[in-house]
Write a protein that binds this ligand. Structure first.
Ligand code: PHB
Length: 390
């Protein structure tokens, strides 16, 4: 008896080993996102969007079963890198995806390079990320993309003197530099450049300096989720009544939290890649489905990075006929174009970075709720930081 079952077990084991095709039927995607800690809202948006896409498009692509493995890195780079290694070694994932913050993407880049596995950056926005590995593709944005457009708008709208205030880490530095370069080129003056620590952000002491400097506008970058602290302190310090305009990349008026800002946010001008209020048919459908599946939560710009990131993975697999070779997948992704809920987008075949429309928006009350209402659009914007290096 014992011997028989032992032999049967052996036979089954060798059968499994002899049929690698069966083991390859599943393609695994490792989605590493912050689901705890200060950047939980980003993780929630990314997870909700990826799940929605898979619900809408099924879980079989090119004859393979798609399996999503979701891991929480709590927004800490040492976790992201460790989890990525575990997903590759233990779970044999064919894609790494997610990356809610720049340091998390930077820490994982060499791991993707070693494994020759596509790494889809769905949120982080520092220009240099895509240069850290030939296996990185980005579906989010770069800070420079919107900073340059906001600088042009400011220069054309009687704003002559600006103070910049950014969260003190790489995407903040990109937002500050791209804005200042473009604004001064257009004849504007940056009177002061303020950098606020990323840990426990407190803008209040810096806002007094802004009041004293009396600029026409305050240009602010904070990562998604932090804008509500800024807005509260902006009002508490009386800046909303000072005549100093608040402008910046759209991270500060994140759709996810904007409606809680109160009427003081009305009139804030930002440039960004996505608004829940984007008036396309595709977006209206997306917003309705997303809200329905997520307890009425509004999709924000992180969500479209996730939705488009998983789309890119699905389409690349279709193009390779289910082949999961990293180089084949990268080749399939380069130059891909499609209509996102945010508008038309593509993957730059040279840089693997996203090319997209940037919109100028103004916070307005629509049917009793605050939205970023688009009033101008700038199609096919590439990352200006990389463009300047050429
Ligand atoms: C980033 O860390 O790259 C990052 C995070 C949140 C944002 C923008 C950039 O809203």
């Amino acid at each position: 008896m014992l011997r028989r079952s032992f032999l049967a077990g052996l036979a089954a084991a060798s059968l499994a080993a002899a049929s690698p095709a069966a083991a390859q039927e599943t393609v695994k995607i490792g989605l590493i996102i912050p689901l705890t800690g200060p950047f939980t809202t980003t993780g929630k948006q990314l997870e909700a969007a990826v799940r929605l896409y898979m619900q809408q498009n099924g879980t079989t692509v090119a004859g393979k079963k798609i399996e999503l493995l979701i891991r929480d890195d709590a927004g800490r780079a040492e976790n992201t890198a460790r989890i990525a290694s575990e997903l590759l070694t233990n779970d044999k994932v064919s894609f790494l995806a997610g990356f809610g913050l720049t340091p998390l993407a930077m820490a994982t880049a060499p791991i993707a390079t070693n494994a020759k596995v596509p790494m889809v950056v769905m949120m982080a926005g520092t220009s240099i990320i895509t240069e850290r590995s030939p296996y990185i593709v980005r579906t989010s944005f770069t800070l420079g993309q919107s900073a340059v457009i906001v600088a042009d708008w400011a220069a054309q709208n009687k704003i002559k003197k600006v103070v910049t205030m950014v969260t003190d880490y790489a995407p903040g530095h990109d937002a500050e530099n791209s804005f200042a370069d473009q604004f001064t080129k257009q004849g504007g003056t940056v009177a002061e450049k303020i950098r606020v620590p990323i840990q426990n952000p407190d803008f209040a002491p810096f806002l007094q300096r802004v009041l004293d400097a009396k600029p026409d506008a305050l240009y602010v970058f904070t990562p998604s989720g932090v804008g509500s602290i800024l807005m509260k302190q902006f009002v508490e310090r009386g800046l909303d009544k000072s005549g100093i305009r608040l402008i910046g990349p759209g991270d500060i008026t994140d759709d996810d939290i904007l409606n809680g800002f109160g009427d003081a946010a009305i009139g804030v001008i930002t440039g960004h890649n996505y608004s829940t209020a984007h008036p396309s048919a595709k977006n209206k459908e997306y917003v309705a489905a997303f809200r329905k599946a997520n307890n009425n939560m509004r999709p924000n710009f992180a969500s479209v990075g996730g939705y488009d990131g998983i789309h890119l993975i699905y389409e690349a697999l279709k193009k390779t006929n289910g082949n999961t070779d990293g180089d084949a997948l990268l080749a399939a992704m380069k130059g891909m174009k499609w209509e996102s809920p945010r508008g038309p987008i593509s993957i730059d075949p040279e840089t693997r970075d996203i090319i997209q429309t940037i919109y100028m928006r103004k916070v307005e009350k629509v049917n009793g709720e605050l939205y970023n209402v688009e009033f101008a659009s700038f199609p096919d914007v590439k990352d200006p930081v990389k463009a300047a290096k050429k």
